[in-house]
Design a protein around this ligand. Sequence first.
Ligand SMILES: *Cc1c(COP(=O)(O)O)cnc(C)c1O
Length: 377
Amino acid sequence: MTKRIFMSAPDVGILEETYVTNAIRSGWIAPLGPDVDAFESSIAEFTQRSHAVALSSGTAALHLALLAHGVKPGDIVVTSTMTFAATANAIRYVGAEPYFIDSIASTGNIDPALLDEALSGLYARGERPAAVLPVDLLGKVADYTAIRALTDHFDVPIISDAAESLGASLAGHPAGSFGAAAAISFNGNKIMTTSGGGMFLTDDAQTAARVRYLATQARQPVAHYEHTEIGYNYRLSNILAALGRAQLERLPEMIARRRHVRDLYRKLFTPVAGVEIFGGDNDSGDNFWLTSITVDPNVTGWPAHELSTALAEQNIESRPLWKPMHLQPVFAQARALVNGASERLFETGITLPSGSVLTDADLSRVTTGIRAFLSTK
Ligand SMILES: *Cc1c(COP(=O)(O)O)cnc(C)c1O
């Protein structure tokens, strides 16, 4: 059997090996150390934030962001329906209720007009949401200009789920720099990885200290392990931070490679009526994390999943876009304001192999597979 081609496999090489080996040899194993400190300051600088706290996952960063902003049981958190479950799960961890908002069709990001409608409706009923939690989908930053105009008007804090968008930007401002706080993920399939990990970002020193404290079992600063609150074990280990430092050095090169992958697909699909590169032609500010296409079966004569099946036969991975949260059985009872855009994206979109680790030979196998499929249509 030929080698399996994954959608977004980790891209880890000799630089990562060197950094991790050095971290192990330094003796800083258990678990914090100088690589954590250095990784935090590099990410803070990269995202133009005053403070960064390295954590065990992006989900942990979202969880602590909500806690640190005082979100509590029964509160409402307004968020994007087009996302990975982790966003909504974190809202439930603190006992709050997600209110799902549908997408702009071209990006899948939260639709500011619907957000306005939802916030206006809540305020009209005397319900004040505790936070707005937009998601930067697949490496395109949400429309924070429009979102911030609304949250300023309604006086609600923004917590930004930038798990997928490190390295992307909007109007010259980096992903992760928007809102009162932001969460990044370094999971194995993201634009860069620490094998598993995340980062909490803020400009507020007190909030950063609070997140650091909650992530370290809420230990009071005394020798005998005094606790006045429930804490968590959410810190990133020094070894993994070393891996992250190497990855961050290589991030520009990895983004360039993913851009190359996007360009290949764009060239391939431009002549195919009914197939669009998801996100449109405007790549400015993208980190090119994943490249997806949408397929209009009324034009192509074939649905997206047929291409997926054909690629699977060649041992090539592809997947539908995120299934919107308002369609997930676990969130069936949650409130939602929908326009059909995310549901359509779920039905018509597939994500193609997009990883920076893909070789020219891998890419040629994928494009040959796609061409072979198209030639049968
Ligand atoms: C990956 C992801 C997360 C969770 O990050 P983990 O590091 O896997 O916990 C949260 N939100 C979105 C949108 C993601 O894609």
